[in-house]
Structures are given as structure tokens and as C-alpha cells.
Design a protein around this ligand. Structure first.
Ligand SMILES: *[C@@H]1O[C@H](CO)[C@@H](O)[C@H](O)[C@H]1NC(C)=O
Ligand SMILES: *[C@@H]1O[C@H](CO)[C@@H](O)[C@H](O)[C@H]1NC(C)=O
Ligand SMILES: *[C@@H]1O[C@H](CO)[C@@H](O)[C@H](O)[C@H]1NC(C)=O
Ligand SMILES: *[C@@H]1O[C@H](CO)[C@@H](O)[C@H](O)[C@H]1NC(C)=O
Ligand SMILES: *[C@@H]1O[C@H](CO)[C@@H](O)[C@H](O)[C@H]1NC(C)=O
Length: 381
């Protein structure tokens, strides 16, 4: 009861949100199951592929911990706000604890089957969405058998009821667009492939629903055309007023349009589940269009990178040791990552991730406009 009354107090102070929200109870999610790419990878990729080097992780963890940032990711702030500990990566077999959920995301994962996988040149993660789904099936089935062994095993696996009560979070799609842009496809061809990508997303989400999931929190894809890896690799791309590559962002917008339509269809098809579409794109774009307003600077320039207009080069990534004029140097961090948007040319800083979390968790960028803590509900009333 205290939960409900404090919520009402909180919402009465916001003039735009009226009574009905007071009818909503906080969901008390006991666990999170996350699917995605490097935007939400908490150690899956590095459990299978070469580790990240310092200065990854320097701001919060003081060491690289498998997150593609200087610190925490949006998913970390999500977990914290739901009073849950950091999510263990499903692929990490060392010291993991899945009682409050699991993270299936790995860096460079795609929704659709990648044409080439790492370590091939231009390769993507073998752990694409369907594989992440299969891993989830494994966890769901086997966790209960393992719990029955008792002792420490019972303290490492989620309770059976958590699978239905958990929040299911998704942030995937950026690499499907990237695979096209960096493969041999024109921008128009990548754009034309969007409906197929989104269909595949939908198929996997339905499968997760069929296993009992009921609360879905779905991030759209960010403005890929504002990221140094696109700007530096496609220097002739036409820029918008803030310097982002216009047509690349338009493909992301089309992906988001199709994704939103798909989420609407899922909501119609499954009346017993809550599907929340979260417009991460708009929040991320505001960091590029109005950085000063939000306390940031140099949004197009990577904090940890090397070379060119955007401090980014694919051959000299963050943490790499390179030779410049016969001297070895390590690609390190900028002076103050806390005022920077882009960390390594592809991923955001902890400061940006925290800002994005604070914006999206209120529900102001969601459809329906439901706050994170209430994302088990379908409507405001
Ligand atoms: C998290 O814990 C704090 C302090 O105990 C409490 O005020 C808050 O309502 C909890 N949040 C959720 C989502 O349960
Ligand atoms: C796993 O995490 C849960 C929740 O944070 C905790 O209660 C439990 O003791 C942990 N298990 C072990 C073996 O430490
Ligand atoms: C992408 O395709 C959609 C639907 O055909 C179209 O409306 C949009 O203009 C296209 N965008 C680009 C950048 O090609
Ligand atoms: C490398 O040496 C050249 C020639 O002395 C100089 O012009 C250039 O600025 C040097 N580059 C760096 C990064 O120090
Ligand atoms: C570019 O990256 C280097 C590390 O290689 C860093 O020292 C420098 O501060 C960065 N430049 C900017 C403008 O952030």
C-alpha cells in the first residue's frame, strides 16, 4: 500500500499526468531477461571473444567488465531502479548468478541470421536473436532442475514464477542496419530490408510470449547516422543540421516506424501481455542536437578513439596499442567522459546512458506512456 500512495503523491506533482495512473500498481518485477547487442551486453561477448582493454569500464568499474562503455549501460540503470543486481550474462560461466534474471545480449548481435560471423572480416556475433531465444529456452527449462538440487544451486537460479512476472527487455536491430551499410548494400537496399528484419524480431518476441513472458519493454534503434563509426566510414554522406548522416538516420527511423507498428500488432494479438515501445532514438538524438542543454559537449567526437574529424578509426579502436611515427601509444580516454556522449565511436558513455535512462524510465518516451516500474500494465487507466 505504501507503494501506491507514494506513487500518487509523485504523480500529482506532474501536471500532465492525471488521476488514472494512481490506479496502477508498481509491478515489482522480480527479474529481468534481456535480449540485444552491445547496447546492453553485460559480458556475453567477452565470455567468448577477446576481452576489452582499459580504459573500457574506467569510470564505474575501474576495469573492463565486458561492457562497451566507460561504465554502466542503460540496462544497468534499469536493473538498479527495479532494486535488482546487475544482470549476469548467460554466456558467462564464471561466478554468474541468475536469480534476478539473465542477459542474452552480445555485442554485434543481429536480429536476422548474419551473413558472416566473427572472426570473419565484417563478421557479426553468432549469438543472433534466434540463438539468444534458444539460450533462454535452455535457461527456462534447466534452471528449475538445477534449483531442485538445492544448496547453492537453489540460490543461483530464478524461481519458476519469475519467468511470468519478469520484465523482458529488448534493444536489438542496430547491427542489422550496420551489417547492410558495411556490407555491399546501398542505403536504399538496407532500407528495403527493414520489414524482413522487423518481422523476424516479431517472430522471436512471439516465441518468448509463448513461453509465458507477459511484460515487454522494447527499445527502438538509435540514430546510427550520428555515430562516429558511420560518419568516419561514409564521409560523403549528406549531413543534417547537427552533423549527423541524414539517410542513415532515415533508415533507423523507418526501422522504428515498422517496429512500432509491429508492437501495436503484438498488443492486439496478445491482450494478456503488456508491450511497451520505448523511443530511445529521440532521447539519443537530443544529445546530438542540444548537447549543451543537457550538460554535454562534442557529441559527434569519440572520447576514446584515434584520428580524423571524429576521433575514430576502425584500425585504432579504444584501448588498442598502435604505432604512431615509430612510437607505440595506447588509445586512451578523453579528459572528462562525464560530459561526453559517445565513448568509442559506436557506443555511449556512462553519462549518456544515465541521461537516456532517466528520460525513458518516466514513460515520457513510451507508447503507451507508462513508466518502467509499471510496464506490466497495458494502459494508463
Ligand atoms: C526499491 O527500493 C526502495 C528502497 O527500499 C523503494 O523506495 C522503491 O520503491 C523500490 N523500487 C521498486 C521498483 O521496488
Ligand atoms: C544470487 O543473487 C541473489 C540476489 O541478489 C542472492 O540473494 C543470492 O544469495 C545470490 N547467490 C549466491 C550463491 O550468492
Ligand atoms: C525507406 O522505405 C520507406 C518505405 O518504402 C520509405 O517511405 C522511406 O522514404 C525510405 N527511406 C529511405 C532513406 O530510403
Ligand atoms: C608524425 O611525424 C610527422 C613528420 O614529422 C608530423 O608531421 C606528424 O604531425 C607526426 N604525427 C603525430 C601524430 O605526431
Ligand atoms: C581522442 O582520443 C584520444 C585518445 O586516443 C583522447 O586522448 C582525446 O582526448 C580524444 N579527443 C577528444 C576531442 O575527445
Amino acid at each position: 500500500m505504501t507503494n501506491i500512495s507514494s506513487l500518487c503523491l509523485f504523480f500529482f506533482t506532474l501536471p500532465t499526468i492525471l488521476n488514472p495512473i494512481c490506479a496502477l500498481k508498481s509491478c515489482e518485477f522480480p527479474a529481468i531477461f534481456n535480449f540485444g547487442d552491445s547496447n546492453s551486453d553485460t559480458g556475453g561477448f567477452v565470455a567468448s571473444f577477446p576481452p576489452l582493454n582499459p580504459p573500457y569500464g574506467e569510470t564505474y568499474f575501474q576495469m573492463p567488465v565486458g561492457r562497451f562503455s566507460d561504465g554502466r549501460l542503460i540496462i544497468d540503470f534499469v536493473a538498479k531502479s527495479l532494486n535488482l543486481s546487475f544482470l549476469s550474462a548467460y554466456l558467462n560461466s564464471l561466478g554468474t548468478n541468475f536469480t534476478v534474471g539473465a542477459n542474452f545480449a552480445t555485442a554485434s548481435s543481429t536480429i536476422t541470421l548474419p551473413a558472416r560471423i566473427i572472426p570473419a572480416n565484417n563478421g557479426f556475433s553468432p549469438f543472433y536473436f534466434l540463438v539468444q531465444y534458444n539460450q533462454f529456452v535452455q535457461l527456462k527449462d534447466r534452471s528449475q532442475l538445477i534449483r531442485k538440487q538445492g544448496g547453492v544451486f537453489a540460490q543461483l537460479m530464478p524461481k519458476e514464477e519469475y519467468f511470468q512476472k519478469a520484465l523482458y527487455t529488448f534493444d536489438i536491430g542496430q547491427n542489422d542496419l550496420g551489417a547492410g551499410f558495411f556490407g555491399d548494400m546501398s542505403v536504399e537496399e538496407v532500407n528495403a530490408s527493414v520489414p524482413n528484419i522487423v518481422n523476424t524480431f516479431s517472430t522471436n518476441v512471439k516465441s518468448i510470449y509463448n513461453l509465458g513472458a507477459r511484460s515487454f519493454w522494447i527499445h527502438n534503434t538509435g540514430p546510427i547516422g550520428c555515430l562516429a563509426y558511420v560518419l568516419a566510414n561514409f564521409p560523403s554522406a549528406e549531413k543534417d543540421s547537427v552533423g549527423c548522416a541524414k539517410s542513415y538516420n532515415e533508415v533507423a527511423q523507418y526501422f522504428n516506424y515498422e517496429l512500432k507498428e509491429t508492437v501495436l500488432q503484438l498488443r492486439k494479438a496478445f491482450p494478456s501481455a503488456a508491450f511497451t515501445y520505448v523511443d530511445v532514438y529521440s532521447v539519443k538524438y537530443s544529445l546530438f542536437s542540444e548537447p549543451k542543454k543537457h550538460g554535454f559537449e562534442l557529441p559527434l567526437v569519440a572520447c576514446c578513439g584515434y584520428g580524423g574529424l571524429y576521433n575514430y578509426s576502425s584500425s585504432a579502436g579504444c584501448g588498442a596499442t598502435i604505432t604512431v611515427n615509430g612510437t607505440q601509444i595506447t588509445v586512451g580516454s578523453c579528459d572528462d567522459p562525464s560530459v561526453r556522449v559517445v565513448w568509442d565511436g559506436i557506443h555511449y558513455t556512462e553519462a549518456a546512458n544515465k541521461f537516456i535512462f532517466e528520460q525513458i524510465s518516466t514513460g515520457a518516451f513510451s507508447d503507451p506512456p507508462i513508466p518502467l516500474k509499471m510496464a506490466c500494465h497495458r494502459t494508463m487507466g
